[in-house]
Ligand binder design. Structure first.
Ligand code: PMP
Length: 290
């Protein structure tokens, strides 16, 4: 099956990843009118692979599609994810489904437009606990939820692209968004947690994406979900960020505040790593076998 790998699922067929050509008038390319997901699959001890929390990712994608007027069949998209993983023989992989509006008008009205769905999978080597990231408070504000709901809408990610660019230019690895009141929102592609005197807190904000990894960690650690100010975050014993791609990532520093060895974070990192690989039977219901 993998002789022409990498394969991608595109509008109902398996195609070679680089072969499809999009018209230059593609609406999503001009206006960001698409919705995507970031999902991960992991190699399991039985020699197979499993997708972590696939239904939750598909449900979030469906919400974004509804908002854009894109028809979205959860069962079809889920099957497309599994088919692509199988065709590519990927086990540890990052999975990128994207639904978007195609051609039909150069105007903003979406009614005349064609609709498309693709799934690509990218082999992702098991990454061992990497170096803790240096976080810098962004000069940019997060898209306010009242202007753009915190879903994985393509156009919304230009906000993350700008913040990431700014962070890198200033010598940081990642940006932290705070609001006008100094309340923590999230990072460019991950949610924020802190540990203080043994208490675990998940920063909550209306403008932040409702992360699936965040929900997972709240369930696993009993963390309290509440608003957290930047001042409070800077006084934490440990700060970590989490997301499908980031998994559980310790933070080395926030602006000029340096954190320590992050022992609690490392513990959660190891716990999460076991669960996503199916090594904890209590959470087998979070896995979809490939
Ligand atoms: N916030 C943003 C802006 C993101 O893009 C992501 C990644 N999807 C997250 C948080 C984390 O969400 P999840 O745990 O569902 O991947």
């Amino acid at each position: 099956a993998s002789s022409q790998a990498p394969w991608a699922w595109f509008d109902g067929r398996m195609v070679s990843l680089d072969s499809p050509q999009a018209p230059l008038t593609t609406h999503a390319m001009h206006y960001g009118s698409g919705v995507f997901e970031g999902i991960r699959s992991y190699a399991t001890d039985d020699g197979g692979a499993a997708v972590f929390r696939l239904p939750e990712h598909m449900e979030r994608m469906r919400k974004g599609a509804v908002l854009l007027g894109i028809d979205f069949d959860v069962a079809q998209a889920s099957e497309a994810v599994l088919q692509t993983l199988r065709a590519n023989q990927h086990r540890d992989a990052y999975i990128r489904p994207l639904a978007w509006l195609g051609s039909g008008t150069i105007g903003l009205d979406v009614a005349p437009l064609t609709q498309h769905l693709m799934v690509a999978t990218i082999a992702q080597p098991v990454h061992l606990a990497g170096k803790a990231a240096r976080l810098g408070v962004s000069g940019w504000r997060r898209n306010p939820a009242k202007s753009l709901p915190p879903l994985k809408l393509c156009g919304g990610y230009i906000n993350s692209v700008l913040a990431k660019r700014e962070a890198k230019q200033r010598g940081f690895d990642e940006a932290l968004f705070v609001d006008d009141e100094g309340v923590v929102v999230e990072c460019t592609g991950a949610n924020v947690f802190m540990v203080k005197d043994g208490a675990i807190t998940a920063a909550r904000h209306a403008d932040a994406l409702d992360g699936i990894t965040r929900a997972t960690l709240i369930e696993l650690t009993g963390a309290t979900s509440r608003p957290v100010s930047l001042e409070e975050l800077k006084q934490a014993d440990e700060v970590f960020v989490c997301g499908t791609a980031a998994e559980v990532a310790p933070i080395a520093s926030l602006d000029d505040v340096v954190f320590g060895e992050n022992p609690v974070t490392r513990e959660f990192q190891a716990l999460y790593a076991r669960i996503v690989r199916g090594q904890d039977a209590r959470f087998a219901h979070w896995l979809t076998t490939v």
